[in-house]
Design a protein around this ligand. Structure first.
Ligand SMILES: *[C@@H]1O[C@H](CO)[C@@H](O)[C@H](O)[C@H]1NC(C)=O
Ligand SMILES: *[C@@H]1O[C@H](CO)[C@@H](O)[C@H](O)[C@H]1NC(C)=O
Ligand SMILES: *[C@@H]1O[C@H](CO)[C@@H](O)[C@H](O)[C@H]1NC(C)=O
Ligand SMILES: *[C@@H]1O[C@H](CO)[C@@H](O)[C@H](O)[C@H]1NC(C)=O
Ligand SMILES: *[C@@H]1O[C@H](CO)[C@@H](O)[C@H](O)[C@H]1NC(C)=O
Length: 508
């Protein structure tokens, strides 16, 4: 249960490391790019193969004309494979195919464009991903990073990655109500559009329960006007995220979320907005010559206002860089990304059919509140006892927070995540904790197992990163010493070099 989620920080660490690794590899790749004609268009009959266990974490197969972006095989985490559009200067994947089942980096895979359809196939010949319902003549990667499948004679694309975002929006990309939600890389959070608002959600039970933890309503939209079209959002080069009314040709802007750089007239920067793995929505920019992304906007500014800064059943104390557990007064270590949470993450509710409820223990705690309580269902004029009772008997309810002063009773109808400390004795919480099943009481506890798994993954990731970076530094030193490109032929450089060339083994 906890295990999958527990790996997330480790996976995040591994991804970060992989990105570092790509970053250094890309420097070398760019060297190769200068000498080779880059593939900027795929025609019917195209095939590219991923060699099992390739040493580089990103294998480009198609470039944007500016060479700022490339489409290729991306290693995700320690050993998974995905198709991605990568911003080459930063090695950041601005788009990922994110199939339900990721490929396996240590096995072969192919990307084909045949019969007008773009398909990623795994080693067992199983289709991992495809641009569905699409028939086109060519595939191109635009300078905006939009991956497009289109007919020769048509300007409107048959398929485009801009309409299938993963965790990131880029400049000029329209995010509409018909777009799938933006989903964080760890798949725990999503950004969705309502008719007049945008909102951040937690994803529980495989997406069947998606409570809101942040909402922004378009200032000038009129929710009560039934004829008003819905809003859509777009990142603007001037440094804001605009909300506009759909249709009607002209862009009728109804709100802006302005970034810190809005007043600076920062021209020529590439911008992205990403739903990060901590559940925060942030904007970043990359100016020419940048060494790192700079963030100039975040939807949630306080750590304790995030949905899960201290994990399941954690307690976040504002102004303190540490977490507590709801059922333990002791202070735990600072909330590191890989710190185990107080209890296992839940993947199912407590309902056992025909109104029965599975066994649970009860935790009560004073001085607690929920950061996003205005998004929770509530009852008014309740005593603390009534509030508890409303939750206790309902198998889909995991907790209730009573605010003594106002008589408000907030019900948590999704697994308990982080609560916030509030110095008010009348704010009391009631929480259910699933009773451990006898089977899981043998061996390591889920928390310990998760922590162990996370730690070992991090260590493996660090070792890999060290090896990779070390290797590339040695390569580069060698290159500088020799001052001759011939010196570089072999190893990683050669791999990249051969991938970049348009007439190589990647073509069928
Ligand atoms: C986004 O929407 C605007 C207004 O409808 C349109 O002019 C523009 O072409 C769209 N951009 C893309 C990339 O589809
Ligand atoms: C912003 O930059 C553009 C181009 O560099 C320039 O023409 C314009 O005057 C600048 N605007 C302000 C307000 O500085
Ligand atoms: C936590 O502290 C409160 C009062 O500060 C006390 O009533 C409660 O018993 C303590 N709980 C535990 C588990 O130590
Ligand atoms: C609140 O509840 C009490 C008793 O349950 C009742 O007498 C009172 O009328 C209620 N007040 C409101 C505003 O509903
Ligand atoms: C249980 O809680 C859910 C979610 O809050 C609610 O929709 C449902 O009506 C409740 N069921 C009962 C029997 O009160």
């Amino acid at each position: 249960m906890r295990r999958g989620k527990g790996d997330d920080p480790a996976i995040a660490a591994a991804v970060a490391i992989a990105v570092l690794c790509v970053a250094s590899a890309v420097l070398l790749a760019n060297g190769a790019a200068e000498r080779e004609e880059l593939t900027t268009q795929l025609s019917n009959g195209f095939t590219a193969a991923h060699a099992a266990g390739a040493a580089v974490p990103f294998e480009p197969v198609l470039y944007a004309p500016s060479s700022a972006f490339a489409l290729g095989f991306l290693r995700v985490g320690a050993a998974s494979l995905d198709l991605a559009v990568v911003h080459l200067p930063s090695s950041f994947p601005v788009w990922r195919a994110t199939p339900a089942r990721l490929g396996d980096w240590s096995s072969p895979a192919t990307l084909t464009f045949d019969d007008g359809s773009l398909v990623l196939t795994g080693h067992d010949d199983g289709v991992l991903w495809q641009a569905v319902d699409t028939v086109g003549d060519v595939v191109v990667l635009l300078d905006s990073s939009n991956l497009v499948v289109r007919r020769h004679e048509k300007t409107v694309p048959e398929w485009e990655s801009f309409r299938h975002p993963s965790d990131t929006l880029v400049l000029g990309q329209n995010f509409t109500r018909s777009s799938p939600p933006l989903v964080s890389a760890n798949r725990r959070f999503s950004l969705r559009l309502g008719k007049t608002y945008m909102a951040l959600h937690m994803e529980f039970y495989g997406g069947r329960t998606t409570p809101t933890y942040w909402r922004h309503t378009a200032l000038e939209a009129q929710p009560e006007d039934g004829t008003e079209p819905p809003v859509y959002g777009r990142l603007d080069a001037r440094g804001f995220f605009g909300l506009y009314l759909e249709g009607g040709g002209g862009d009728q802007r109804v709100d802006v979320l302005s970034f810190d750089t809005f007043v600076q007239n920062l021209t020529g920067a590439f911008r992205r907005m990403t739903l990060d793995d901590d559940g925060n929505l942030r904007a970043y920019y990359w100016a020419s010559g940048s060494k790192a992304w700079t963030s100039d906007y975040r939807a949630i500014s306080e750590r304790c206002e995030l949905p899960t800064p201290c994990g399941a059943y954690g307690l976040c104390v504002p102004g303190k860089a540490e977490c507590q557990c709801l059922d333990d007064n002791s202070t735990s270590a600072p909330a590191a990304a890989d710190a185990p949470s107080c209890h296992a993450e839940e993947t199912a509710d407590l309902c056992a059919g025909s109104g029965q409820q599975l066994g649970f223990d009860v935790v009560r705690r004073k001085r607690v509140s929920v950061a996003y309580k205005e998004e929770l269902p509530f009852e008014t004029n309740r005593t603390a006892e009534e509030c508890e009772a409303a939750c206790a008997g309902n198998c889909s309810c995991w907790g209730a927070v009573h605010s003594g002063a106002s008589g408000y009773c907030y019900l948590i109808d999704f697994p308990v995540e982080t609560l916030v400390y509030e110095a008010d004795d009348r704010k009391v919480g009631y929480f259910k904790v699933r009773k451990p099943t006898p089977a899981s009481s043998t061996g390591m506890s889920p928390g310990v197992a998760a922590a162990t798994a996370a730690l070992s993954l991090v260590l493996v990731g660090l070792a890999m990163a060290g090896a990779c970076i070390g290797y590339q530094i040695r390569k580069r030193r060698k290159r500088r010493r020799a001052g001759m490109e011939q010196e570089l032929v072999g190893g990683m450089y050669k791999d990249l070099n051969s991938m970049d060339s348009s007439n190589n083994s990647f073509r069928a």
